[in-house]
Design a protein around this ligand. Structure first.
Ligand SMILES: [Zn+2]
Length: 489
């Protein structure tokens, strides 16, 4: 009994090794990517002591301390650890009785394997486990990315997702924020399909009083301008259209009236209306104001394309060889027949595509106006085939495709997430004194952003994960899931 328990415990923490606080290691002769300047600094020695970068400078004038474990970085490129700023650790809402704790925990390693050293978890039904994983990772008791989380989301009386807190009055709004703050939330996540402005404002006021940011979906009944003016700190997804509030009011009452008469507005009609009502002149006025506060935008381009048209057009998802790294309960939540999201009808695909394309142009316009863009993927249960770890690299590529430079894309996953967390003084770049969350790449990501996929090594707080160890973690993921797959076949 005791032996098997020990085995379970050691398997649960993967291949974690004891890291003494003063362990010294080095990366020699490496090209350091300066994400601020957007250039490579060649021939650097990077010395790590414990969880920090103790020194960095030209190889000939930055000696490697005696006894330090050194990794040859010549010909390689060193970037700060990547953050996926929108992930979910949650159960499948289609099968509400089954809690997917172990299945989600197994995915934590997959982030590390892909150089994702931190994630902003965006809420679900597993908040207690997520808080526990966050603490275990922080204490070095489990492998995984650093986690920040809102705990439970705030939503309407009948929430869209299990685990959310229903909020309908200003008092409930304040109490929900206080409750999450006490539970240990790092920020507040809102997911209101409809919300009274005073209730929305009460969330912001209470959260800001506690020093917490509020981010989430733009509620469909509020304009971007209104949500911004009410104090929202940022939006998820690329809803950057600037439609006057009066038009939102009209759309809201029309949607309700038509539902009653069984004439519901479909996705295509809604997309067309939103595109038509967007006012480019208003965007020119508003985006610089968003930049100034700042107001954070996490466009999540990959998930939008995937769930809004790719799942209707592609047939290769289920034969993906990466399937084996996930428990069947996770993979099945992505199935377009058994999962939560169904493929849109063929007739609406073209308009959905043009609407996403237009929103991408708005993301680029906002970026050019100085609005901070964060890389986030919305990966996790229910969001079809957005694979944790892999998806962050897809998102970086998607951002470059929109017109951001590779350096912009790197900042969206490193320096800007650190700024969002108010940790840019100690994280988010490769510099002396900063936390040693690092990714060593085989080619220069400033030339081709897809170089972020070519990972040679990862460090989290100075803890080294060489390629062989990352490969072993992948194998372990497949081994963990194999018995569950055998049971469903
Ligand atoms: Zn999400």
């Amino acid at each position: 009994m005791r032996a098997s328990l020990l085995w379970v415990v050691s398997a649960g923490i993967g291949l974690l090794r004891a890291q003494t606080p003063e362990a010294v290691s080095a990366i020699t002769g490496v090209n350091v990517i300066d994400v601020v300047a957007g250039k490579a600094i060649p021939g650097q020695n990077v010395i790590m002591r414990g969880s920090r970068i103790a020194a960095m400078g030209p190889a000939d004038s930055t000696p490697v301390p005696a006894g330090a474990k050194a990794v040859n970085g010549q010909g390689h490129y060193l970037i700060p650890g990547l953050w996926d700023m929108h992930v979910h650790l949650r159960s499948n809402p289609v099968d509400r009785d089954k809690v997917l704790g172990e299945e989600n925990a197994a995915m934590l390693d997959l982030f590390v394997v892909h150089g994702v050293t931190g994630v902003r978890e965006m809420g679900g039904d597993l908040s207690d486990q997520v808080f526990a994983w966050r603490e275990a990772i922080r204490a070095g008791k489990r492998t995984g990315p650093r986690i920040v989380t809102p705990g439970r989301k705030l939503d309407v009386a009948e929430p869209a997702w299990p685990g959310s807190i229903a909020v309908t009055t200003t008092e409930e709004a304040r109490n929900a924020v206080i409750q999450m703050k006490r539970a240990g939330a790092d920020f507040i996540k809102v997911y209101f399909n409809q919300v009274e402005p005073p209730v929305f404002k009460a969330v912001m006021d209470e959260a800001h009083r506690s020093g917490l940011k509020v981010v989430g979906h733009l509620p469909p009944n509020l304009s971007l301008q209104t949500a911004f003016e009410l104090g929202l700190d940022g939006i998820e997804h690329s809803t950057l259209g600037t439609i006057p509030q009066a038009e939102h009011d009209r759309l809201t009452s029309e949607t309700a009236a038509r539902k009653k008469r069984n004439l519901a507005m479909d996705a295509a009609e809604s997309a067309r209306r939103h595109m038509f009502l967007h006012e480019p002149k208003e965007a020119e006025r508003l985006y610089p104001l968003l930049a100034k506060r700042p107001f954070w935008v996490t466009p999540t381009m990959v998930v939008q394309a995937r769930v809004r048209y790719e799942i209707a057009e592609r047939t290769d998802f289920d034969t993906d060889p990466r399937k084996r790294y996930f428990f069947p309960a996770i993979w099945q939540s992505w199935d377009t027949k058994g999962g939560r999201r169904r493929p849109p009808a063929a007739a609406v695909l073209e308009v959905l595509k043009s609407s996403i394309k237009e929103s991408g142009e708005q993301v680029l316009a906002a970026h050019k106006a100085g609005v901070p863009i964060l890389a986030g993927t919305d990966c996790g249960v229910s969001n079809n085939y957005v694979l944790p770890g892999w998806s962050l690299h897809e998102e970086l590529e998607a951002l470059v495709k929109l017109g951001l430079t590779p350096a912009d894309a790197l900042r969206s996953a490193t320096l800007l997430p650190a700024k969002w967390r108010n940790e840019a003084a100690t994280e988010g770049t490769v510099e002396t004194g900063k936390r040693a969350d690092l990714v060593l790449l085989r080619s220069n990501p400033l030339n081709h952003i897809s170089s972020t996929r070519e990972i040679e090594s990862v460090w989290i707080g100075g803890e080294h994960y060489p390629r062989a160890r990352l490969d072993a973690m992948l194998r372990l993921a497949a081994e963990r899931a194999a018995p569950a797959w055998a049971a469903v076949k």
